[in-house]
Design a protein around this ligand. Sequence first.
Ligand code: MN
Ligand code: MN
Length: 301
Amino acid sequence: MTEDELNKLLLAGKIAAKARDEVSLNVKANAKVLDICEEVESIILENKAFPSFPCNISINSEAAHYSPVINDEKRIPEGAVVKLDLGAHIDGYISDTATTISLDAKYQRLLDASKTALEAAIANFRAGLSVGEIGRVIEKMIRTQGYKPIRNLGGHLIRRYELHAGVFIPNVYERGLGAIQSDSVYAIEPFATDGGGEVVEGKDVTIYSLKNPNVKGLSARESELLDFIYTHFNYLPFSERWLKEFSTNVDELRNNIKNLIKKGALRGYPILLEIKKGVVSQFEHTVIVKGNSIIVSTKSL
Ligand code: MN
Ligand code: MN
């Protein structure tokens, strides 16, 4: 990792931390999720970075992957448990971080379970350790507090322009997953729940990414949209909100997106729901493994 790469990673982390910590104060009952996410994304852009994926606001038993759509009227309900998940990138060097805000004090222990699990995972994180051992640390921390880790969600290796770069950091102990590598970047993200400890895909899809830019049989307009997506987002996830410059006709946009998914050019990320409708908490940091040391790029300023 060169000094220039490290500096971009650190700055991307700092900007995401700033957006997270400032905007989490706006998470209140009746606030519009669209306003909250637009604020996140504008703080990132004002700081000369780009969002590494659309701001996610997932509420109660929604574990992940809800990002507001164009003209979204959704509001934060009273007493909600709200996950705010966001990231910034500079020249493809990515940060990814999340926090949970509870508007009902009775969920504070659920938040503490995933937060302390993240702290324990970071304290144990080092090059050479098996990622399954990190899962063990996370699982133990969450279970001893009376909750379940979500076993099919977890952290991930991050590479340039690649948010989920292959390696999975489980939230439960798993054998044979390989070791943490030096000079690498990882997101660690424990999820805790009072439900079943598993997520399933819901119907709604609000986040997309490029899958195959070279598929055949596209209309001229679909092909133009695919070019726009590749030019602006590369393989990073995007929202329909970020395509307004391409078209202000929402029906046309949604139709084109639907067809590009059908033709294999794009993929969609369905909203992820807790299997027993349990309430879910999540905390996430990006860590850079540099030689024998660990740098948390997204820590609070
Ligand atoms: Mn995240
Ligand atoms: Mn992540």
